[in-house]
Ligand binder design. Structure first.
Ligand code: AMP
Length: 225
C-alpha cells in the first residue's frame, strides 16, 4: 500500500498519518522528520538543511528530491509507504510521479486534510515533539493528546519522554512562510495536491481537518480498504 498524505502544518497530518501507517504496517516516510534527525545528528545534510528550515523556507529540491527517492528504495519501503511532507511543490510532485511510473510503483491513495489557514496557525503553536518518537502526538490544546505532568514538567503522554517545541513552530514569520508555500495553488503544495488529484490511479480522500482527531480519523479510515 503506497499513500501520500497532504495537509497544512497544523492540520493533524502527522497524527493521522501515524494511524494510517499503523493500520497497514507500512514505512512512515516523513521529510521534515528526516531533516530533523539529520540536524540532531550533525550530518552534512542536516547542516545544509537547517538554515532553510529555521526560516520556514523549503530545503532546495536538489537536496530534498534525491533524499526522498533514495529513502523509498530502502528495504522497509518494499512493503509500502506513507509519504508525509513530500511532495511540497509542483516540481517535487511531477518528479515523484515520474519516478514511481518508471519504477512501476502504484500509488494507492492520496489523503488530503483540509484546514483553514488561521486555525492551522493556532494549532501549530501548541504542538510538542517527543524526544523518543516523532509519532507520539502531543498538543497542549487538545484533550485527547495532551502531554502529562511529571515532576512539575510536561512529558510525552505516550512514553513519558522529554518534550520540546520546534523553533519553527514558535516563529510567526516562519509559520506564515510555510503556509504561503502550502496554500499556493500555482507552484506550491496545493499545486502538488491538485496534480495528484488529477492523475489516474490513486483514490483521493479529502477530509475536513477542523473536526476532532477521532472524527478526522474515522472519515479517513472508512475510505481506506
Ligand atoms: P515539516 O515537519 O513537514 O513541517 O517540515 C519542516 C521543514 O522541513 C519545512 O518547513 C521545510 O523547511 C523542510 N521540508 C520538509 N519537507 C520538505 C520538502 N518536501 N521539500 C522541501 N523542504 C521540506
Amino acid at each position: 500500500m503506497n499513500i501520500l498524505i497532504f495537509g497544512p502544518n497544523g492540520s493533524g497530518k502527522g497524527t493521522q498519518g501515524a494511524k494510517v501507517q499503523e493500520k497497514y504496517k507500512i514505512a512512515h516516510v516523513e521529510s521534515g522528520g528526516i531533516f530533523r534527525k539529520n540536524i540532531k545528528g550533525g550530518t552534512e545534510l542536516g547542516k545544509k538543511a537547517k538554515e532553510y528550515i529555521d526560516r520556514g523556507d523549503l530545503v532546495p529540491d536538489d537536496i530534498t528530491i534525491p533524499m526522498i527517492l533514495d529513502r523509498l528504495k530502502e528495504d522497509d519501503c518494499k512493503k509500502g509507504w506513507l509519504l508525509d511532507g513530500f511532495p511540497r511543490n509542483k516540481v517535487q510532485a511531477e518528479t515523484l510521479a515520474k519516478a514511481l511510473k518508471d519504477a512501476g510503483i502504484e500509488l494507492n491513495y492520496v489523503i488530503e486534510i483540509m484546514l483553514d489557514r488561521q486555525i492551522a496557525k493556532e494549532r501549530i503553536m501548541g504542538r510538542r515533539l517527543c524526544a523518543n518518537d516523532n509519532n507520539h502526538p502531543n498538543h497542549i490544546a487538545f484533550e485527547a493528546i495532551k502531554p502529562v505532568e511529571k515532576d512539575g514538567k510536561l512529558v510525552c503522554r505516550v512514553c513519558g519522554g522529554d518534550l520540546s517545541a520546534r523553533a519553527d513552530d514558535q516563529d510567526e514569520v516562519a509559520i506564515g512562510k510555510r503556509h504561503d508555500i502550502y496554500y499556493d495553488t500555482k507552484t506550491g503544495t496545493m499545486a502538488a495536491v491538485n496534480f495528484f488529484k488529477g492523475i489516474d490511479g490513486p483514490k483521493v480522500i479529502s477530509v475536513d481537518g477542523s473536526a476532532g482527531i477521532k472524527e478526522v480519523l474515522d472519515s479517513i479510515m472508512k475510505e481506506l480498504d
